[in-house]
Design a protein around this ligand. Structure first.
Ligand code: C2E
Ligand code: MG
Ligand code: MG
Ligand code: MG
Length: 283
């Protein structure tokens, strides 16, 4: 009967509107207001030159702290912002903020590379060239101190537009890294098509580096060799232990980041640790 159908429909609906989709809706609504409400922050994870243990760069990682609610990790909100297009304006903010902050550090004597994660939609929908130029011009940061991290989702579009945008930004002095390298569907073909500077070895290969599994050592070795042969820099992501750092060093890897050295840090903590003239934290 109609009455039963109604009940069934309602049941179906209430089952379907499970916690996950309600959460998603809340995130989506919150994201629309987050920029205006100034709820985003960037944290910075130090990148090291392994052999002399000096900091050479900082990866900017987006943090969202909505008012009166717990911090929401990027893995949760970035895919949603990519689906609804908000990542374009959020990404613009990230670029501006990372350049502004890095210029402040440069003026304080801390000359680092800042690396910024870029979503595919920023290439497709946004005007990435103009966004980056605006962030550089308004901050006064020299382009060679900005690096853009691209994942497979960007490089999968084998469009001339992406290739051209990369070339134009390279001409300005901006550099490019392939993020999570080795996990993609056809990582090797990217190297031929896209003029990047650096490969970031995915953390999944670093994790088992010292567990005695020969495969991961072989893969890391191969990526390092590939980088050498093609004239690309390499950096290991997700280094968590001294053993991993030592093993990487033995394999000839020169750059790395990971919890072994530091978690991603708020800008003020980062500055306290690394700015030459500022007082060191009391431990
Ligand atoms: P990613 O770019 O590959 O960044 C590395 C992630 O690994 C970060 O997670 C970082 O906190 C984490 N990590 C660093 N060292 C270690 C370690 O030693 N062990 C482990 N287990 N993890 C480590 P986070 O900050 O949660 O970011 C996750 C992903 O979200 C990023 O992966 C990136 O794809 C995306 N993301 C973050 N910020 C932005 C942004 O501003 N724009 C875009 N489009 N994506 C972003
Ligand atoms: Mg990254
Ligand atoms: Mg990565
Ligand atoms: Mg990643």
């Amino acid at each position: 009967s109609a009455k039963n159908e109604g009940r069934n429909t309602f049941r179906f609906f209430s089952n379907d509107m499970n916690l996950a989709s309600i959460e998603r809706m809340n995130i989506e609504n919150g994201l629309r207001l987050a920029l205006k409400r100034n709820e985003f922050r960037l944290h910075y994870q130090p990148q090291y030159s392994i052999h002399n243990n000096t900091v050479i760069g900082a990866e900017a990682l987006l943090r969202w702290q909505p008012e009166n609610s717990p911090m929401i990790p990027p893995a949760k909100f970035i895919p949603i912002a990519e689906d609804n297009g908000l990542i374009v304006s959020i990404g613009d903010w990230v670029l501006r903020e990372a350049c502004r902050q890095n210029k402040v550090w440069h003026d304080a004597g801390l000359k680092l590379l800042v690396t910024v994660n870029i979503s595919a939609l920023q290439f497709k929908r946004g005007n990435l060239l103009e966004s980056v130029q605006a962030a550089l011009n308004d901050s006064g940061l020299e382009p060679r101190y900005l690096e853009l991290e691209l994942t497979e989702s960007v490089l999968m579009f084998d469009t001339n537009a992406v290739i051209n945008t990369i070339a134009q930004l390279r001409a300005l002095g901006v550099s490019f890294a392939i993020d999570d390298f080795g996990t993609g569907y056809s990582s090797l073909s990217y190297l031929k098509r896209f003029a990047v500077n650096k490969l970031k070895i995915d953390q999944s290969f670093i994790r088992d580096l010292t567990s005695g599994k020969a495969e991961d050592t072989a893969i890391v070795k191969a990526i390092l060799q590939l980088g050498d042969t093609l004239g690309l820099l390499t950096l290991a992501e997700g280094v968590e232990t001294k053993e991993q750092a030592e093993q990487l060093s033995l394999l000839g890897c020169r750059k790395a980041q990971g919890f072994y050295w530091n978690q991603p840090l708020p800008a003020d903590e980062f500055a306290r640790l690394f700015t030459p003239d500022s007082p060191k934290p009391v431990v």
